[in-house]
Design a protein around this ligand. Structure first.
Ligand code: C2E
Ligand code: MG
Ligand code: MG
Length: 594
């Protein structure tokens, strides 16, 4: 129970609308934010009936009575025409000895759902509430941050008795503020007692896909189930929803070896990420976990959280579904990543990232047919950056499209002479997977070709399967558009992805590029001959040409030629070369042929 005198000073300063009612449901206090929200100034001494229809008054009063009886409630309610609020109500000791309540409107939202006037009851609201509950939650975390910056720590501490600022409303767990508080307290305790503990950050893998596929209600069920399971784990003394699909927890660390500890974490991971049952379905889920340890990895809360977060990021990049403790190697990897993130934009605009070229030869005649442009960047401190790493980071920073566009234009200008003299027939360009599913990709790509006066018929665009698993329709419409304009389309890295037959049938493909991992098993796996035969049959059914990638030996080249592959590419013919080196290589090649 709280006393209003102690709190009105704080309430006046709060950005949350706050009100107090007596046992007769009459307002006895409201702060400026509350007054603004309800749009009336003369409410003191009145009750809900003054402003709300009977049905709503009934809903308010049912909740109020529970609070007068000593309960705390969290209620979603309509407080005006199409204005919804998430209100926390807690009992309040009044000077006359009776019990009233304090209501704190944690978040309010005007949802876009169009509710007919006659239907604006609380029941209807609950039915339509999935989306705006989420909006409420989003504005709630924003509010929590505002709250943090506008109140002093002492005031926050006092407010914490209400727990509002520290609780996540979807899961009932602590929120970010609550977790940080708990971590600070744990560090103080550990400094005094010398105990070890762990900080874990947990992320539900591909949560967006779960939401998109099964709906938001199921998404919320997954989150609350994961939260509940985490709370049930032994040795865990704080669990919080960090935001979105991320959780954080603090765990005791029993005095056992590193391997046994990791085993314990793996067990906890298996327990937490069992399938979730809901709505007559079984939803398979997985999660990634990053861990840091006090005092071994760090002794202050910022570093402990940063390191656990780094370990989580690396766990996700290593393929998700795993538990990864922080170590110095992760720190190095993250500093490297940060350096790349920092320097990549300039490297793109200064043309430090440049295309190299690798020849593609005809399997039967060994004549050169085309070149593939492959991105190369030598960083001033870090040396050559692996293109896959570079593109993963570019994608994560939203730079991939810009990087590709720049590389494509440079390559188009570079190869113009080779195309004009007939030294090559086409230029192969790679494209970052996510770009193919952006609506205006085809137009942007063709505009780039036009700028460099490149004939679309001399371009082959290499796409990977992962590009269209999520959005085949947009990928198809972009590729159809490009194909009609004359651009050839090759499916890159064939044999490593999902081999989505529907996509193979639906997309306007001209070439299949067999991935080098399959080529590398020539000679070591007897099944490769059968596999090659079936790929060739598939290619002939689809009327596409087959390119074998990563040819390093004469054996591999003889094998793919006899299997019927049309084109080959690999170190046996040439490594990717700079523009000047490729110029020389082409001249030498033409001489050889002549
Ligand atoms: P990719 O398109 O499948 O390119 C083929 C990769 O195999 C290249 O690696 C190439 O250097 C390498 N390679 C070629 N011949 C051989 C061989 O005989 N043996 C072996 N072991 N490897 C060979 P690289 O240059 O490291 O590129 C890796 C990937 O990065 C590319 O795979 C492509 O997915 C991506 N990438 C490269 N340049 C670009 C670009 O400009 N844009 C986009 N979006 N992605 C690019
Ligand atoms: Mg490629
Ligand atoms: Mg490839």
């Amino acid at each position: 129970m709280i006393l209003i005198e102690q709190l009105t000073k704080i309430f006046d300063a709060l950005p949350y609308p706050v009100f107090a009612k007596n046992a007769q449901h009459q307002w006895i206090y409201g702060n400026a934010a509350f007054e603004e929200l309800i749009g009336h100034a003369d409410y003191i001494g009145k009750d809900d009936r003054a402003y709300f229809p009977p049905e709503q008054v009934k809903a308010f009063r049912t909740a109020d009575r529970r609070v007068f009886a000593g309960e705390e409630v969290l209620q979603e309610e309509e407080i005006g025409s199409n204005l919804f609020a998430l209100t926390r109500k807690v009992p309040l000791a009044l000077p006359d000895g009776s019990t009233g309540l304090v209501g704190i409107i944690l978040a309010s939202v005007r949802p876009n759902v169009h509710l007919k006037d006659a239907e604006t009851s609380y029941d209807t609201l609950s039915l339509a509430s999935g989306d705006h509950l989420r909006q409420l939650n989003e504005s709630l975390s924003k509010r929590a941050r505002e709250l943090e910056s506008c109140l002093t720590l002492a005031e926050l501490k006092q407010l914490a008795t209400l727990e509002i600022a520290h609780t996540d409303t979807t899961t009932g767990l602590k929120n970010r503020l609550g977790f940080e508080d708990e971590l600070a307290a744990t560090i103080r305790e550990a400094e005094a007692t010398g105990k070890r503990f762990g900080v874990a950050f947990i992320d539900v893998d591909r949560f967006k896909q779960i939401n998109d596929r099964y709906g938001h209600a199921t998404g919320d069920l997954v989150l609350s189930t994961v939260g509940k399971r985490l709370s049930e784990l032994p040795d865990i003394f704080a669990v919080a929803r960090w935001g979105g699909d991320e959780f954080a927890l603090l765990t005791e660390l029993p005095n056992i070896g590193q391997a046994a500890l990791l085993e314990g974490f793996e067990d906890a991971h298996r327990y937490t990420f069992r399938p979730v049952k809901g709505d007559h379905r079984r939803i398979n889920i997985s999660g990634s976990v990053g861990i840091s340890v006090y005092p071994q990895d760090a002794t202050c809360s910022d570093d402990l959280m940063r390191y656990a977060d780094m370990a989580l990021m690396v766990a996700k990049r290593q393929g998700r579904g795993r538990v990864l403790p922080f170590d110095a190697h992760i720190n190095d990897a993250m500093s490297r990543r940060l350096q790349i993130i920092r320097d990549l934009p300039d490297a793109i605009s200064n043309s430090e990232v440049r295309p190299f070229y690798q020849p593609i030869v005809c399997a039967q005649t060994r004549m050169i047919r085309g070149v593939e442009a492959l991105a190369r960047w030598t960083h001033k401190d870090l040396g050559p950056i692996n293109p896959e790493e570079m593109f993963e980071i570019a994608h994560a920073c939203g730079l991939a499209a810009q990087l590709d566009a720049k590389l494509h234009e440079t390559a188009c200008r570079d190869v113009r002479r080779w195309l004009n003299t007939g030294a090559i027939k086409y230029l192969s360009l790679n494209i970052s997977p996510m770009d193919i599913v952006s609506i205006d990709f085809a137009e942007r790509f063709l505009a780039g070709l036009a700028r460099t006066k490149t004939d679309p018929k001399s371009i082959c665009l290499e796409i990977v399967e992962s590009a269209f698993v999520d959005n085949l329709d947009t990928a198809r419409s972009n590729l159809d558009h490009l194909h009609k304009a004359g651009v050839m389309i090759a499916l890159d890295d064939y044999g490593t992805g999902f081999s989505n037959m529907r996509a193979l049938l639906d997309l306007p493909l001209d070439k299949l590029k067999i991935d080098q991992s399959l080529i590398q098993s020539i000679g070591s796996s007897y099944k490769i001959a059968d596999l090659m035969t079936s790929i060739m049959q598939l290619a002939s059914t689809l009327h596409v040409k087959v390119v074998a990638e990563g040819i390093e030996t004469k054996l591999q080249s003889a094998f793919v030629t006899s299997a019927g592959c049309d084109l080959m590419k690999g170190y046996l013919f040439s490594r990717p070369l700079s523009f000047d080196a490729m110029n020389q290589w082409l001249a030498a090649h033409q001489k050889r042929v002549a």
